[in-house]
Design a protein. Structure first.
Length: 299
């Protein structure tokens, strides 16, 4: 079964920003004229976000050390992370994103339009054809400081605020381009998908290693193709992005294991490479239409 498209959020819309979190932001730049740049300051209870993508590039600045790990997902990247004060997460525009935390979470969400990044690239002739790199939580004192400075500026509503915000935005984007970007792959047009032999080799590998971290790079290495080129070929062959196909295979295996009625759901989640039981349940319901428990009751 082909996975449904994740909702696409536009943070320039006040209504869309309410889709992501249970409570509205404590501080927001929605009423400020910050020229394609947005800030929200949140304090949110334990929560599991809906899987989504966002029109804007985003940086999440964690403003509190969490007592239990957060589960973060950006495209095929997934890991439980011990969130510390000042760590940051970089989520490129249009990347599928999901997160789950079990204790109150406090954070700054910065977002900016792709056109703003393109404008800065045009003004830097030595930097061409780059894209932001998905990055799960890591320390970055400079971005943390910029986020706090912008929050303070928004709260103070001081004179000359637009000039200050523009300067901070320029510093932020320059830092992202230096430390969180990579050269875009210029790919030839894809006329057909993977050769049948390589596709079968890859499918066999996926089914034999569902418990492992099947990243885009790991799968591309199986058939000796560069990750970005591999992704396009794979989608043309199967109709799914690699990470979507892997999740679909895991859910099909989970159905078989559930019907055997020998293992608890949490253990099935673990042996199929899901980070925890709710991670399995979320994808199971999305693809099958019911939770694992409801699926068992219907049999």
């Amino acid at each position: 079964m082909v996975g449904e498209e994740a909702p696409r959020v536009d943070l320039a819309s006040k209504a869309d920003s309410f889709m992501l979190y249970p409570h509205k932001a404590l501080v927001s730049s929605a009423s400020a004229d910050w020229d394609r740049f947005y800030l929200q300051y949140h304090r949110q209870p334990p929560y599991e976000m809906v899987e989504h993508s966002c029109r804007q590039h985003r940086i999440i600045i964690h403003d509190r050390t969490l007592q239990s790990p957060m589960i973060e997902t950006i495209e095929e990247l997934t890991q439980p992370t011990q969130i510390s004060y000042g760590t940051i997460t970089v989520i490129p525009a249009n990347a599928r994103n999901w997160a789950c935390w079990n204790t109150e979470h406090q954070f700054i969400a910065l977002a900016f339009e792709s056109t703003l990044l393109a404008q800065h690239l045009a003004e830097a002739p030595d930097i061409k054809d780059v894209e932001l790199t998905p990055t799960l939580s890591r320390p970055d004192p400079l971005i943390h400081s910029i986020g706090l400075a912008l929050k303070t500026e928004l709260e103070s509503n001081s004179m000359g605020g637009r000039l200050y915000v523009n300067a901070m935005t320029t510093a932020l984007i320059a830092h992202l381009l230096c430390h969180y970007s990579t050269q875009k792959q210029m790919l030839p047009a894809v006329a057909s998908g993977l050769p049948k032999r390589k596709l079968q080799q890859l499918v066999d590998y996926i089914h034999a290693h569902l418990e492992q971290d099947l990243t885009l790079s790991a799968l591309a290495a199986v058939v000796h193709i560069s990750p970005s080129y591999f992704s396009g070929l794979f989608k043309q062959s199967t109709g799914l992005a690699p990470h979507q196909y892997v999740i679909q295979c895991r859910i099909e295996r989970a159905k078989k294991l559930l019907l055997q009625d020998e293992l608890p759901i949490a253990e099935i989640a673990h042996i199929l490479g899901f980070t925890h039981q709710s991670h399995l349940s979320r994808h199971f319901k999305r693809l099958v239409g019911v939770t694992p428990k409801a699926f068992l009751k219907s049999q």
